[in-house]
Design a protein around this ligand. Structure first.
Ligand SMILES: Cc1cc2nc3c(=O)[nH]c(=O)nc-3n(C[C@H](O)[C@H](O)[C@H](O)COP(=O)(O)OP(=O)(O)OC[C@H]3O[C@@H](n4cnc5c(N)ncnc54)[C@H](O)[C@@H]3O)c2cc1C
Length: 554
């Protein structure tokens, strides 16, 4: 299965050259490390130096961030016996955005994280690490709109029944218009989706929720994102799936679209259980994650990164040296931390990358069964909440007391918004009031709650981001070839866990084995995450779907 994608070859175009892959510490590295030792010993409280002179030790990798990408990279490195140090700024927990929080015996993900991948390798890794602790879940998720529940994935029959004959007629008419007179070369999310579904259905099922999530008018969101997330789906396909038996739904090549997977896997005690388990394995292998170590500077000299400076939980400063460096930090932060500073054009490009932030108001409800869905999308424009997760419907073990229910209410915002800095009490009050307004609980049923703020939850795809990203990528690959960008914010790519993991794994192989994988090809032309075409195979490279790039021909 081929990989293609614009702007995918910067690093690869140089993979044959000596400057990209340095599995052995070359002269430049040794010189750089000597320079670092000198600087470090002069300026820092403590200089920790992997013993690169020990027999057989030629590499030491420093991983910045213990989310799915960083931990997967570290885990893969240890499989290849490559020494690694993982530094994580959070003092308590690994897992990054995929962590699981605990409050009053209820567990909450930072927004529900289901485990689904088209990559057989990633699925196998989840099984390897979690064994029986990861289980299959039958999906039930619906959309709430004007007090009614609509099936999600959208089913034509259910949608039209709920909308009633007048609204249905409007939808079909606007779909016919879109087919007859589509927007030519659609650039925005709005035009792209309207072409696929018609304007009226776009307004009901895509506009409100998308604008809640991104805080940007859909007319200004790039069509790229729509292409990545919902490609292959249009009204005809939705209706065909709703009306025809599975055996009649063949695509051009006989493929059956299992549109929008109806089951996924989930760890018994939340998404974070996976990452705690990987961290435990790393610790057992002698590479414990250094929690509470925040990267405050990334030092480079002679065209190579030589160390990262971390501030530890006691305020002390450490210099962590290595031969290769993997960053999962948001690109904007990474570039700002470079010493000496990156060229101004690169800093400006990184600074221009945008992010969407995210608050979860996690409420403990004194009722055993609140609704049967794992989550509900809230399309009503009258409330701020975008989605409500019900974690005990992922796994009964998400609550210690089966008489209680943990609901995670998701609010999308910008750090600069007023809402981000609202006091927790106000956010809890908002969550409770909105649950009541939606008719989901009675006020007295909400026992308690806690608020979690996740900065930079989403990399924003605006009209300019690709250009800015290209500037950063080109400079990093040319100027600092031992600095690898992986993960979601690490690559400014709207990756799920499996994509984030795969980028880390591929880079680990590049470092440990001298392989030529291009992590930038992961998820570039992936079909909608939830869609799988039966018949594409389930093993080896084919089963890995489009998430595993082909090896570049040498
Ligand atoms: C609401 C929501 C729902 C999601 N649902 C799903 C889902 O259902 N399924 C799925 O597969 N994926 C889902 N995802 C995506 C998934 O969370 C990400 O793909 C994944 O967490 C990205 O992993 P990462 O390691 O690249 O980044 P992160 O998870 O962001 O981890 C980066 C780590 O780096 C650390 N760090 C940052 N700066 C520094 C620093 N200066 N020094 C040291 N450490 C630092 C952070 O503390 C963090 O631990 C969802 C995401 C969101 C926001």
């Amino acid at each position: 299965m081929g990989f293609s994608g614009a702007g995918a070859t910067e690093r690869n175009s140089k993979v044959d050259g000596p400057s990209v892959f340095r599995p052995q510490l070359g002269e430049a590295s040794v010189g750089a490390l000597a320079e670092c030792k000198r600087v470090a010993c002069r300026e820092l409280l403590l200089c920790r130096m992997p013993d690169l002179s020990a027999p057989g030790v030629t590499k030491h990798v420093v991983v910045m961030g213990a989310g799915p990408a960083g931990l997967s990279a570290a885990y893969e490195l240890t499989r290849h016996r490559t020494p690694v140090t993982v530094v994580e700024k959070d003092p308590m927990q690994v897992g990054g955005i995929a962590r699981t929080l605990e409050f009053m015996g209820c567990r909450f993900d930072v927004g529900p994280h289901r485990f689904f991948s088209k990559s057989a390798e990633i699925e196998a890794l989840w099984t390897e690490v979690l064994g029986d602790e990861i289980r299959s879940v039958s999906r039930l998720t619906r959309i709430m709109y004007r007090g009614k529940f609509f099936d999600y994935p959208i089913k034509a029959s259910n949608a039209f029944l709920n909308l009633g004959p007048y609204e249905t007629a409007r939808c079909l008419l606007s779909y016919a218009q879109a087919r007859l007179r589509p927007v030519v070369d659609p650039q925005s999310f709005e035009d792209w989706v309207s072409n696929q579904f018609g304007r009226r259905l776009f307004e009901i099922f895509f506009k409100t929720y998308t604008e809640k999530v991104w805080g940007i008018p859909t007319s200004e969101l790039s069509a790229d994102w729509a292409g990545q997330r919902i490609r292959g789906l249009n009204l005809v396909e939705v209706i065909r799936n709703a009306l025809l038996p599975a055996s009649w739904r063949g695509g051009g090549e006989g493929a059956i679209v299992k549109t929008l997977v109806d089951s996924f896997r989930y760890p018994r005690r939340g998404a974070g259980q996976m990452w705690e388990a990987v961290a435990a394995r790393l610790a057992a292998a002698g590479h414990p994650v250094r929690l509470g170590d925040e990267v405050v500077a990334v030092r480079h000299a002679n065209g190579r990164v030589i160390s990262v400076v971390v501030k530890d939980r006691n305020g002390g400063t450490l210099d962590v040296l290595g031969s290769e460096f993997i960053s999962t930090m948001p690109i904007r932060e990474l570039i700002a931390k470079l010493e000496p500073a990156a060229p101004s054009i690169v800093r400006a490009a990184a600074d221009a990358l945008g992010y969407r932030d995210f608050i979860t108001v996690n409420l403990v409800v004194d009722r055993a069964n609140v609704f049967p869905d794992q989550w509900i999308y809230v399309h009503d424009p009258g409330v701020k909440v975008g989605r409500i997760g019900n974690f005990k419907n992922f796994s009964a073990a998400m609550v210690d007391d089966s008489g209680l229910t943990g609901l995670g209410m998701e609010y999308f915002c910008f750090e600069q918004d007023g809402m981000w800095s609202w006091p927790d009490a106000d956010l809890l009050d908002l969550g409770r009031r909105e649950l009541v307004a939606l008719g989901i609980v009675r006020p007295e049923e909400v026992k308690a709650g806690m608020v979690y703020r996740q900065p930079k939850a989403y990399p924003v795809y605006d009209g300019e981001y690709l250009g800015h990203l290209a500037v950063v990528r080109e400079w990093v690959s040319r100027a600092l070839p031992n600095l690898w960008l992986v993960g979601r914010n690490g690559m400014h790519h709207y990756n799920n866990q499996d994509h984030s993991m795969m980028t880390g794994i591929l880079v680990a192989r590049n470092i440990a084995l001298g392989a030529n994988y291009d992590p930038w090809l992961v998820n570039t032309d992936a079909e909608y995450h939830e869609e799988e075409r039966v018949g594409e195979g389930s093993g080896g490279d084919r089963g890995a779907g489009r998430q595993v790039p082909q090896r570049i021909a040498s």
